[in-house]
Design a protein around this ligand. Structure first.
Ligand SMILES: [Zn+2]
Length: 274
């Protein structure tokens, strides 16, 4: 599976982390959705940023070589237009994100996948766009979700948990592990090490923050519900495994329904002012 190959290639970014003193941080402001959990970090942000930069550079070089980077200009334009509406909304959760070096790419691949690395490097796979026949609202939902993982620094939190547990950690796996359907390899490796609860928590947080980002950008927040319904449909048997490490499908849908309602006024307001 592709993910595992990537993870292996990233051996270079596996490092023994000296355990910095643990600090409790608030990576984001709570927003209307009220995601205000304090996070314990034992790894410096620079470590993750550097690993992400290296990983991104490597991945992009490989994609370019394969001829799979930003091949369809109509798709690239579409995805970037959505990113350009979502990114300004990140300031509501953390003002420093406006200074990130954001980049958005489309990768040609059958994989139903998307990710946003720490620091704002994003990719959407053509498999996701084409197999799910996504609407713009649904694309905004998935991108909002991925951006939310980055804003909340979930990768750094995972790396920190591993460091605290005394493991030799792979920062690369921590970064990739935050992704979704296409990244089960890293996800499972992480799971077996640390167990389920935090991963579920991260997914729920990304869902809630993501839905607010989309609504504020003028995208219908209810699209997150249809997006996850479609995800479950296309991934069939794979989903069963995937869902075992994630909030159950019905739990997720009911949470999304609840939070979509909460952010509806933001969506209506954004639509009016567009
Ligand atoms: Zn996620």
């Amino acid at each position: 599976m592709k993910t595992i190959v990537i993870a292996k290639r990233l051996v270079a970014t596996t490092i023994m982390l000296t355990l910095a003193s643990c600090e409790t941080v608030q990576t984001t402001q709570g927003g209307v959705v009220g995601v205000d959990r304090e996070q314990r970090m034992a790894v410096a942000p620079q470590v993750i940023e550097e690993a992400a930069r290296e990983q991104y550079t490597t991945l992009m070089a490989q994609e370019r070589q394969k001829g799979t980077l930003n091949r369809n200009s109509a798709q690239v334009q579409r995805v970037r237009a959505i990113a350009n509406r979502l990114i300004p909304q990140t300031a509501g959760f953390r003002p420093d994100a406006l200074r990130w070096a954001w980049e958005t790419n489309v990768l040609t691949s059958a994989e139903v996948n998307a990710w946003c690395m720490p620091g704002g490097k994003m990719a959407v796979y053509t498999g996701l766009i084409e197999k799910l026949h996504v609407t713009d609202d649904e694309l905004a939902a998935v991108m909002g979700h991925e951006i939310a993982h980055a804003l909340r620094e979930h990768a750094r939190e995972r790396a920190s948990e591993q460091a605290v547990a005394g493991s030799v950690i792979s920062v690369g796996a921590a970064i990739l592990g935050v992704g979704d359907l296409g990244q089960k390899g890293a996800e499972f490796a992480y799971m077996s090490l640390l167990g389920l609860p935090n991963s579920r928590r991260h997914e729920t947080e990304a869902d809630r923050v993501g839905i607010e980002l989309a609504a504020r950008a003028g995208y219908d927040p209810r699209a997150a519900i249809t997006l996850w319904q479609k995800m479950a449909q296309v991934s069939g048997g794979e989903t069963l495994k995937f869902l075992s490490t994630h909030p159950s499908h019905s739990e997720r849908l009911s949470d999304l329904t609840d939070y979509a309602q909460r952010v509806m006024p933001l969506y209506q307001q954004a639509k009016k002012s567009r």
